[in-house]
Ligand binder design. Structure first.
Ligand SMILES: [Zn+2]
Length: 120
């Protein structure tokens, strides 16, 4: 998926980015060039395979807390796995939550192969 560009000028290719875990086209974000799309965020699980979701601690959009989808219990940490890719959630700059991979991966497929499937 890596395109060759004629120049290295930022303006030439700044409006394109893809979800790191499914490669779907997502809205370009200068601050978060590797964020996970909404569809994939719904697939987030903890290391035990339980579905987790993340939300802001305050109404004004600050803080980041995770909770289990099934029982609503809060979970510790902001690490999660999406399609086998280890990710972390954080408070987004403009409020809300953004989830990104720990390691910026050029090809999600490579990482998936290495980690194997984490499907329950
Ligand atoms: Zn995605």
């Amino acid at each position: 998926m890596i395109k060759k560009y004629k120049t290295n000028h930022v303006k030439e290719h700044k409006k394109q980015q893809h979800c790191v875990t499914c490669n779907r086209y997502v809205t370009y974000d200068e601050r978060y060039p590797d964020y996970v799309c909404k569809k994939c965020v719904e697939l987030a699980i903890d290391k035990g395979g339980k579905s987790v979701t993340f939300f802001n601690i305050t109404d004004s959009g600050h803080g980041c807390q995770g909770k289990y989808v099934d029982d609503g219990k809060l979970c510790r940490g902001t690490t999660c796995f999406i399609k086998g890719v280890r990710c972390f959630a954080e408070e987004a700059y403009f409020g809300g939550i953004v989830i990104r991979p720990f390691k910026r991966n050029r090809k999600a497929g490579d990482i998936l192969e290495k980690l194997g499937s984490l499907e329950p």
